[in-house]
Design a protein around this ligand. Structure first.
Ligand code: DC
Length: 217
């Protein structure tokens, strides 16, 4: 069974998908982490997002492994645990430019299908219902208001001891939303047949129960 979840940054995908995967005993696949890892590596190597040839080589030659079981999943890139490094401000600010490139997407989509093959999987991202698993058993498009999403990000940062203003976070989210939904390759959009789930005002438990109930129908 494949549970596919798309949605913008901060809509609640990750925390919900991890918990649903744990409940179902499924593989949890965080495709955003893969785009972030390639971005981190390219930034470290000084490869600009416009250099398709170098970017294609970087993506192909990067080994990415997910370790652990949901909700405690770590991403290991070329033998290094980069779970924290891929969440840095620098990666977050640059990832929308890198992930829009065909040179990156073609290879990562291929890797995502290979990781999921033969498993029950809960997979989240931006193009999961539209491109990666268009025949998924369950397709969900998760949203929440920009204000709500910014507040959630502010809480995440506060937990890491970082203070961010709501204004700055709203601006960052709006920029990323615009880039992710207007790019030419696999833009973020609600797939045909996807169930829309607005998580504004929903608790995490309600979100989890909603999806688990869909898997039982
Ligand atoms: O979900 P996230 O914030 O970790 O995703 C990081 C970036 O990766 C986000 O700007 C959009 C991109 N992404 C994508 O283009 N396709 C996916 N399937 C997952 C994420």
């Amino acid at each position: 069974m494949v549970v596919a979840i798309d949605g913008p940054a901060g809509s609640g995908k990750s925390s919900t998908a991890k918990a649903v995967a744990a409940k179902l005993g499924a593989v949890y696949l965080d495709t955003g982490a893969m785009y972030r890892a390639v971005t981190l590596k390219a930034l470290r190597l000084g490869v600009p997002y416009t250099d398709d040839e170098a970017l294609s080589a970087v993506t192909r030659e990067t080994e990415m492994i997910f370790e652990g079981a949901p909700p405690d999943i770590r991403i290991v890139m070329d033998g290094e645990d980069v779970s924290a490094a891929i969440r840095s401000d620098e990666v977050t600010k640059n990832v929308s430019d890198y992930c829009a490139r065909d040179a990156v997407r073609t290879s990562l989509v291929d890797q995502q299908r290979k990781i999921a093959a033969g498993h029950t999987v809960v997979c989240e991202g931006r193009d999961i219902c539209t491109v990666v698993f268009p025949n998924a058993d369950i397709k969900i498009y998760m949203t929440a208001s920009v204000e709500e999403r910014a507040k959630r990000r502010q809480k995440d940062f506060a937990a890491m001891g970082i203070n961010k203003s709501l204004k700055e976070l709203i601006a960052d989210i709006e920029t990323r939303d615009r880039k992710d939904s207007t790019r030419s390759n696999s833009p973020l959009t609600k797939a045909e047949g996807a169930v829309e789930m607005d998580t504004t005002g929903m608790t995490l438990d309600e979100q989890i129960d909603f999806i688990v109930a869909l898997t039982k129908m």
